[in-house]
Design a protein around this ligand. Structure first.
Ligand SMILES: Cc1ncc(COP(=O)(O)O)c(C=O)c1O
Length: 411
């Protein structure tokens, strides 16, 4: 059996080439394969396609920018209008008041950048002994060495040998456990607590009431920084622009990616709040020796501007709230079916937890047969749904009906 030339991410390297599903086209909430079959995109690709597929406004903005200036770097004194404008738009949304933005090419780079910025900030403040990063079991923070070390999914850590020192994971939802960890390592040694406000790839687990507020208090008491990884939750998915708004907790840094461009171009970044800014800006001779070749790429930023303007003009964060409520109600109606152990989520990030005879992997295969794309999250034997924020009521009903049919079939 021939293997594909591509070594696919998060896939079995030995999988034969003819088992891959080639997606060739997208339109609104649907994508089409090479044989012309249509699928309802119940996952917005990998959580990112908030605005839906094939949006002319974003495509035209990318094309116009390519004709004007396809790319030029932004190191040292160079800048460009799209990156400045996108930063303005992001800061107007105020994930953190009085902040600045560092652009990266995606979420993993954003997390590793945040880790380095935290370290550099403490060092610049004369507090470089703060080396310990605490994070949550089941968290996913991307695939670079920093994010892998902060991540709490064993399957993503175990194959890769020794990770960074001083990174520790704590029970996912336990504030007392996080408090104990801070006390154990010593408050003066904690650099940051890094948290996905809603655990995503680890199974879609919203935080218990008071948990994020508790992390904020713990950081204030200990002098550590609070980093929210909003790579999934940013740009409307929860029904608010950011999880920091949704849960009314302001972190010191926020990482973002994915829906900032709805995936039309790769882009991510770190929102750097006033506390870290102050330290980095205090010495006029201080050089921030960090950043990517493509950070602030004008074409990617043009996609971000058009996307955010579209999310704004179409009120898509609030659409996520109503669409999410409908999806939740639909899934709740299946809660008593054999094989379903849980229904949970927030906004348009919803999931069903499964038990035997179902595995999440076979469930999403069965959904695919019915023309619906769901996301298997094997760690929690869960299937997640996070469709584009433009999803119609009829399409939500279609997604729920397909889920019910798969449950029925096995029952
Ligand atoms: C919460 C979170 N952080 C970071 C990342 C990594 O982002 P990327 O895949 O763009 O590198 C992801 C990707 O799914 C994510 O869900």
């Amino acid at each position: 059996m021939a293997l594909p030339g591509v070594l696919h991410p998060f896939a079995v390297p030995a999988r034969p080439a003819d088992e891959f599903l080639e997606i060739v086209r997208g339109e609104a909430c649907r994508v089409f394969d090479a044989d012309g079959r249509s699928y309802l995109d119940g996952t917005a690709s990998l959580w990112y396609c908030a605005a839906g597929h094939g949006r002319r406004e974003i495509i035209d903005a990318i094309s116009a920018q390519l004709h004007e200036l396809e790319a030029f770097h932004t190191f040292a004194r160079f800048t460009n209008r799209p990156e400045e404008r996108l930063a303005e738009l992001l800061l107007e949304l105020e994930p953190i008041p009085d902040a600045r933005v560092l652009f990266t090419c995606g979420g993993s780079e954003a997390i590793d950048s945040a880790i380095k910025l935290v370290r550099a900030g403490h060092k610049a403040a004369g507090d470089g002994g703060r080396s310990v990063f605490l994070s949550r079991h089941y968290a996913y923070h991307g695939v670079m060495l920093g994010g892998t070390s902060a991540g709490g999914l064993p399957a993503n850590r175990d194959p890769f040998g020794t990770l960074l020192p001083d990174f520790f994971q704590v029970d996912r939802d336990s504030l007392p456990a996080m408090r104990d960890a801070v006390a154990y390592f010593g408050a003066e040694r904690i650099a940051a607590i890094v948290a996905e406000p809603v655990i995503g790839a680890g199974g879609v687990f919203p935080p218990p009431a008071g948990y994020l507020e508790g992390l904020r208090e713990l950081c204030d008491e200990s002098g550590a920084m609070l980093v929210f990884d909003e790579v999934i939750t940013g740009f409307g998915r929860l029904g608010s622009w950011f999880a920091s708004h949704h849960y009314r907790v302001t972190p010191d840094l926020t990482t973002f990616a994915k829906a900032v461009t709805s995936g039309y171009q790769p882009l991510g970044g770190v929102i750097v709040g006033p506390r870290l800014r102050e330290w980095l800006e205090a010495d006029p001779m201080y050089l921030l020796a960090h950043g990517n070749t493509y950070g602030g790429h004008p074409t990617c930023c043009a996609a971000g501007i058009a996307n955010i303007e579209l999310l704004r003009s179409e009120g898509l964060p609030s659409r996520a709230r109503s669409a999410g409520a409908r999806l939740r109600a639909g899934l709740e109606s299946l809660r008593d079916r054999p094989g379903v152990v849980d229904v949970r989520g927030e906004g348009l990030m919803q999931a069903i937890g499964l038990e035997s005879p179902f595995t999440a992997g076979m469930f999403t295969e069965a959904l695919l047969e019915r023309g619906v794309i769901g996301r298997a999250l094997p760690y929690a034997n869960t299937v997640a749904f996070s469709p584009p924020l433009i999803i119609s009521d009829d399409e939500i009903d279609e997604l729920v009906a397909a889920t019910a049919a798969v449950l029925e079939e096995a029952g």
